[in-house]
Design a binder for this molecule. Structure first.
Ligand SMILES: O=C(O)CCC(=O)C(=O)O
Ligand SMILES: [Fe+2]
Length: 264
């Protein structure tokens, strides 16, 4: 599993100066542009310094920002079991607040351009070992898929909103990008749009490959760790946890121009 230790960048005080923040941000961009396009940042902080994480992600998003004080927009959300939020109908994001497993997916798969950087900072892991993280890069997945399925997944026939259809796969080789969330497609289908037989068959076949992929990586995040991924090149998910699990994560999303080169 690709790991980066914050301590290698901080001085003895454990503080990140503006200069070292920039250096670490550049390392992160380089790592995220390289297969498998995700990594775990180990902070050793107890509790994790969320402002520090946001500051670092801002530097990844916009290297000039910390100097100019103009921070890129970063969406920040707590991920914990929340029965009230989980019961809200309509929104696919409510699944995050259940104790259920989340199948491999792209965040914001209904957006024209999903944010390319998604990060989860673990504040409090599940003491019973539930809620393990699962990652699968699109490049690894594509290795397993037969050519006829690949070409069907590249067609813009998959509804992610009632009005918009997108391809699931885009780009070639290591540049391959993915957009997929079965629940998002189900949600679109519940709003009066249809799925062709061809698209349905392609999704069913993709699901079978996802379910048995030997290439996905599953691991338990420790307190103080941050998993950072290119959300357009990596699918992520998690295992189930107990209904009363105290697990607490913080989710961050932003668009990082430096990750999007080679994109149309
Ligand atoms: O709980 C997790 O580990 C992941 C949650 C997730 O994928 C999400 O909220 O988008
Ligand atoms: Fe997600």
């Amino acid at each position: 599993m690709p790991r980066l230790h914050l301590a290698q960048f901080t001085g003895p005080t454990g503080q990140l100066s503006t200069e070292t923040t920039r250096k670490l941000a550049a390392e992160l961009v380089t790592a995220l542009r390289t297969p498998p396009h995700w990594l775990v940042l180990v902070t050793d902080q107890q509790p994790i310094d969320l402002d520090g994480v946001i500051n670092l992600l801002a530097a990844v998003g916009q290297p000039q920002a910390i100097a100019e004080g103009e921070l890129p927009r970063i969406s920040t959300t707590q991920i914990r079991v929340d029965t009230q939020q989980a019961a809200r109908h309509g929104k696919v994001t409510r699944y995050s607040r259940t104790p259920d497993a989340l199948p491999l997916h792209t965040d914001c798969s209904n957006k024209a351009l999903p944010p390319n950087l998604v990060a989860f900072a673990m504040e409090r892991p599940d003491p019973q070992g539930g809620g393990e993280s699962v990652m699968l890069s699109a490049a690894d997945l594509v290795h397993d898929l037969p050519a006829d399925l690949l070409s069907r997944l590249r067609q813009p026939i998959f509804p992610f909103t009632a009005k918009k259809r997108y391809p699931i796969l885009q780009g070639e080789g290591d540049e391959v990008q993915i957009r997929y969330y079965r629940q998002q497609i189900n949600s679109a289908l519940s709003q009066q749009c249809t799925l062709s037989d061809e698209a349905q068959a392609a999704i069913d076949e993709l699901e079978r490959y996802l379910a048995r992929s030997q290439r996905s990586v599953r691991f338990a995040m420790q307190a103080g760790e941050v998993v950072i991924m290119d959300n357009r090149r990596v699918l992520h998910g998690r295992s189930a946890m107990a209904a009363n699990s105290p697990r607490l994560m913080h989710r961050f999303r932003l668009s990082v121009p430096a990750l999007s080169t080679g994109e149309a």
